[in-house]
Design a protein around this ligand. Sequence first.
Ligand code: GLC
Length: 418
Amino acid sequence: MTRTIVLMTILAVACLPAGGCGKDDSRGGGPAKGKTVVRFLEGPDNGGGWKEIVSRFEAAHPEIDVELVEGPASTNTREEMYTASFLSGDSTYDVICMDIIWVPKLAAQGWLLPLDDRLPPNEREKFLPGDIQGSIYEGRIYRVPMRSDAGMLYYRSDVVTTPPETFEDLVRLSREHQKPPGMWGFVFQAKQYEGLVCNFLEVLWGHGGDVFDGTGRVILDGPEAVRALTWMCGLVRDVSPEGVTTYQEEESRHVFHEGHALFMRNWPYAWTKAQEEGSPIRGKVGIVPMVHAPGKSSAATLGGWGFGIAKSAKNPDAAWKFISFATAEAQQKTLHLRNGAIPTRRSLFQDPEVLAESPHYPDLYKVLLAARPRPVHPRYPEISDAIQRHVSAALVGREAVEEALKHTAAEIRKIVGR
Ligand code: GLC
């Protein structure tokens, strides 16, 4: 039987440990007697692809009951929920649906089973290389990539004939065509959360800056970072609505989708949503790589999700059965067609059905190959938190740009110990 639990607030997690919330499962001793339960936490199943995949799996494996817990959209909150469950020593989740940035922390804590034998090199080759690279920590692999991600720039092709290439182009075209408050220039993700880090890094990299230099020295208070953050702060109230500082992916997508913005930075799923039947912007949207400073190159943040197995999983083999099924071609295709998820299997970028739905996939493939990882460190959540707090403070005018970057760099130096 497929059961889907939707968690509306983080408080609901308190109900989750085995047998809680009146749920019956093989651990709590309910009617699913004799069945193995495999439970995982994902974001909202927008499109219904996950429900379809879970029912398909259960039909093929009647001895396994898969519980999909639909949690909050924010990666930070879901990471906290998994972490709380690991720290409390319970075994709520068997399969860990992981953001690429969680791997070093969860692996370093010893909360995951290594998957080296289950995912040998000849299998790994079938996936996008960045997704595999991001699944490895200290030489061992802990995650099977399930959907990939890379940031890109969306534009209204019915209004703007030549898309912007530089940061200046984006602002100039926005000012030229916007009519606030009904139609703003540019929306992006500027709330204080992980998405802000992804947006900030793309602007930072596009100015030729970075968090660390090649030797591991923190350079976030350098001149490129100052230029990058100054540019971002200048957007608010000029070409972006003030509310942008509260937007995550879906908030910015809704504004763009309803025709209230000319440009949007988002992940590739937004394209599928824009092209859906009944969409007000269907056929009026183009995508290009994020803008950059003159003489520098565009950069996309590498995102993406994949499955690992909790060390505390009651039945790792059942968990693996579900993971191999869910990451197989047929299921990745379902998730693409229904939820707009980007496949991680290279073959799907040449699949006729996928190409019919998403003709831009050959270009997206190149963007994914060139996408850049966020800093890889077991204490990445703390590094990210420092960036989130200070970049957000600068965007809302609580900290001056240089001061914000100086504080961020100092905090990161302390975290990484240099
Ligand atoms: C997307 C990306 C993920 C990133 C998150 C930030 O879900 O796939 O890697 O951390 O957005 O909001």
